[in-house]
Design a binder for this molecule. Structure first.
Ligand code: NAD
Ligand code: UD1
Length: 337
């Protein structure tokens, strides 16, 4: 099965392409390389023996998409391409809405022209805002987002859901990721943030490898067991497998399909710091700092729906997430350079 993968050179997309090739799917990648490197293609080839077809281009460029669709018999699309830095989205809202919302609309328009009716979209647990109840189920309230990035994900969900009502013969799958972390166990592919990492795991990894002095722990006065924020960290390889499970289970089934992709377990910041220290063999320096504006206390997924409908469950442990991140970071201290 040929699957168009937008943003396939990025962190989650690249790991998903590796798992797709292993599952005998053929990813056709498009990416404008605004947040990834061409070298990723070499790494995918080294791991799988297959060099995926790659087009450098932008999902907002409809003529470019038309050309790609005309050159391949594409059966489904996985749409990863987008901008994802929360802080940057506050200072550049137009860029975020253009890339994430407009990009998604252009893509679906091109799919409609090409007669491709199956799309899997990278959404985020951020659409749930500050949840009243954990674990979060797919029917928990959505929309109380706190920043343009989060709103762009929510808007795309709303646009796609309206579109589905008009085109009920489509398969539209919204995957709400919790906190993707980890790297390919080979240590040849992983997360390569530009500048100062916003997210916890890449920051810890850069402290461990000596690129940063210490981690700022954003608040230890939340109503959680140790006072630090609790999240549902999921190994990127499990997440990758979740996309394949979704394509196989519902990718050819008409409907608006919504799934949480998480593990169902919450871990605190200090638990992650401790686990990473064990993985890298030395303690990770940190200091307790004020809370980060917009942060929530705790968030983890109910995984029951994905398990039942997709036959998929995350299996990799926090120890594997930290060990694989350390393997990648220590072998590639400067990322893909
Ligand atoms: P990433 O930045 O590593 O990958 C995104 C890729 O899309 C990059 O390679 C980038 O160059 C490309 N891209 C961006 N805009 C494009 C455009 N207009 N046209 C073509 N290519 C474009 O991010 P990621 O962590 O792999 O995330 C993938 C998707 O999952 C994103 O949509 C993100 O919002 C979503 N998501 C990520 C997380 C996370 O924590 N990483 C959590 C929830 C949801
Ligand atoms: C953040 C985004 C969210 C996005 C998600 C993607 C914000 C407010 N939210 O969520 O929209 O979907 O990333 O993965 O940015 N922490 C520290 N020190 C750090 C970094 C993080 O203590 O240097 C803490 C945070 O306070 C939080 C936990 O670590 O408790 C996880 O943070 P992070 O990795 O940024 O993810 P989220 O906050 O869940």
């Amino acid at each position: 099965m040929k699957v168009l993968v937008t943003g396939g050179m990025g962190y989650i997309g690249s790991h998903t392409c590796v798992q797709m090739i292993k599952a005998n799917m053929e990813p056709i990648i498009i990416d404008n390389l605004c947040n990834s490197k061409l070298m990723v293609l070499d790494r995918i080839e080294a791991l799988t023996g297959v060099r995926p077809t790659f087009y450098q281009g932008d999902v907002r460029d409809e003529a470019f998409l038309d050309k790609v669709f005309s050159e391949h018999d594409i059966q489904a699309v996985i749409h990863f391409a987008g901008l994802k830095a929360v802080g940057e989205s506050v200072s550049k809202p137009l860029e975020y809405y253009d890339n994430n919302v407009n990009g998604s609309l252009v893509l679906v328009r091109a799919m409609r022209k090409a007669g491709v009716k199956s799309i899997v979209f990278s959404s985020s647990a951020t659409v749930y805002g500050d949840p009243e109840v954990v674990p979060i189920t797919e029917s928990s309230p959505v929309g109380a987002t706190t920043n343009p990035y989060g709103r762009s994900k929510y808007m795309v969900e709303e646009c796609f859901s309206d579109f589905y009502k008009a085109q009920p013969d489509w398969s539209i799958t919204l995957l709400r990721y919790f906190n993707p972390v980890g790297a390919h166990p080979s240590g040849t592919m992983g997360e390569d943030p530009q500048g100062i990492p916003n997210n916890l795991m890449p920051f810890i990894a850069q402290v461990a490898v000596g690129r940063r002095e210490k981690l700022s722990v954003f608040g230890d006065d939340y109503s959680t067991p140790d006072g630090t924020g609790v999240r549902d960290y999921i190994h990127v390889m499990d997440l990758a497998d979740g996309h394949i499970a979704a394509l196989n289970a519902v990718g050819q089934k008409e409907g608006l399909h919504i799934y949480n992709l998480g593990t169902g377990n919450g871990s605190s910041v200090l638990e992650m710091v401790e686990a990473f220290g064990e993985a890298c063999g030395k303690p990770v320096s940190y200091e307790i700092c004020p809370r980060r504006p917009g942060d929530i206390a705790e968030c983890w997924a109910s995984t029951a729906k994905a398990e039942k409908d997709l036959g998929w469950k995350a299996t990799r442990t926090i120890a594997e997430m930290t060990a694989d991140t350390w393997n990648w970071q220590s072998k590639n201290p400067e990322g893909y350079k």
